[in-house]
Design a protein around this ligand. Structure first.
Ligand code: NDP
Ligand code: MG
Length: 386
């Protein structure tokens, strides 16, 4: 075959999105190859992936695992680095055509910024990057003429609905939400829910953090903010509707009242595959949606009283500045504490709200302000939990 394969860097290759992205690479190995793999601390899986996919560079963020990874991969001529700084620096060295940001939380921010500054095209799974510093990140993309293709299923849906629309005005977008495992429950029924219950998502199998975010509706809140920055929308233009079947992945309403929806079975490999090949569509043998089996699609209003996090995200977006960065950091601490059985389910949103009122507000933050806001919020959140 005479074409060049597309070189992919996968940041967070050992996670839920990362491993599904590698399945896509395997299925499309005539067109795709892996250039970079990174993980936080799962050295065994990272080594196994590197042996299978033969990237040029591998980074393990946890420096105590460096020797293990290095000695396993040295004979294969794979360069191994350790530490979070190395992930950032590698973006200046690697010849990747596309960087998939699939790490979780705030840890995605600096590597993503570095990739953009090195003119790398981004496939964005790590939504927290846009939540923390959307203004800065979108400005950098514009300055470096870097394309950011969403991987989050809702945003991929909107992105796909906008193909061919040029500058046609969007009246609003409608983000769909599954409602998570506690859809229809009231506050008093959620007082004692356990982490095992919260981790049982009805439609999607994902990493622990986003699964808890889905149960609290924080995930939809983060996605509202992600959509604002990806598509340049105001808060009045972003609606959320609960759609328990997760078949319509999201919709765009145009100024003539016409609505476009993108549909498919809930499978993250679809938006990952789309981002890898955009603007082309490449044939897959993913399972097809059957309207004989899927007869009913239903829609409900989100319950903003029970799921307070969704409202907090709208408030943070409205306030601007570093407020969404505060919300994100508080939520990362709250979710971690919930997963360690240190707080109850409803305390997640309570901690988020307290941090939003206690951490110093900055109207026009620079990168350093975001870094400090994140650290300061984590400190305050931990104090509030102590
Ligand atoms: P996982 O927790 O499954 O995986 C996270 C990945 O990031 C792992 O490779 C992990 O390494 C690595 N990582 C975690 N912390 C750090 C750190 N501090 N420094 C460097 N690397 C780190 O997450 P998901 O795959 O579920 O989610 C990834 C991102 O994609 C999130 O932002 C999420 O919101 C978004 N997303 C996920 C979806 C899904 O279906 N899972 C759907 C839509 C969006 P290790 O394995 O060593 O810990
Ligand atoms: Mg999503």
């Amino acid at each position: 075959m005479e074409h060049q394969k597309k070189k992919i860097a996968i940041l967070g290759s050992t996670g839920s999105i990362g491993t599904q992205a590698l399945e896509v690479v395997s299925e499309q190995s005539d067109f795709l190859e892996v250039e970079v793999l990174t993980a936080n601390s799962n050295a065994d899986l990272l080594i196994a992936q590197a042996i299978q996919y033969k990237p040029n560079h591998v980074v393990i963020a946890d420096e105590s695992k460096y020797l293990q990874v290095k000695s396993a991969l040295d004979p294969l001529d794979i360069k191994v680095f350790a530490g979070n700084k190395a992930i950032e620096e590698l973006m200046g060295i690697t010849e990747s055509d596309l960087v998939l940001t699939a790490m979780v939380g705030y840890s995605g921010l600096k590597p993503t910024i570095s990739a953009i500054e090195n003119n790398k095209k981004i496939a964005l799974a790590n939504k927290e990057t846009l939540v923390v510093a959307g203004e800065l990140v979108t400005r950098l993309c514009a300055e470096h003429k870097v394309e950011m293709i969403p991987v989050d299923s809702e945003h991929s849906a909107i992105f796909q609905c906008l193909v061919g629309e040029g500058l046609n005005p969007i009246e609003r977008i409608i983000l769909t939400a599954s409602g998570g495992p506690f859809r229809g429950k009231h506050r008093d029924e959620l007082l004692e829910v356990t982490k095992a219950q919260a981790l049982k998502h009805p439609n999607w199998s994902m990493g622990a953090k986003i699964t808890i975010d889905s149960a609290t509706m924080m995930n939809k809140g983060l996605e509202v903010i992600e959509a604002k920055w990806l598509f340049g929308l105001s808060k009045e233009q972003i609606d959320v509707v609960v759609h328990p079947q997760s078949i319509i992945h999201s919709m765009v309403e145009f100024n003539d009242g016409s609505i476009k929806a993108q549909m498919g079975l809930p499978d993250m490999k679809l938006p990952i595959h789309y981002a890898f090949f955009f603007p082309q569509r490449v044939k897959t043998d993913f399972r097809r949606l059957s309207f004989k089996e899927m007869k009913t699609l239903t829609f409900e209003e989100p319950d903003a009283i029970t799921f307070r996090n969704l409202g907090l995200a709208y408030e943070a977006m409205d306030k601007g500045g570093n407020m969404a960065c505060i919300l994100n950091a508080a939520n990362e601490i709250a979710v971690e504490a919930f997963l360690q059985d240190k707080i109850k389910f409803l305390q997640i949103a309570e901690l988020n709200e307290k941090c939003m009122s206690q951490v110093g507000f900055i109207m026009k933050p620079n990168l350093n302000d975001y870094v400090e806001t994140d650290a300061e919020t984590r400190r305050i959140a931990r104090d509030l939990l102590a």
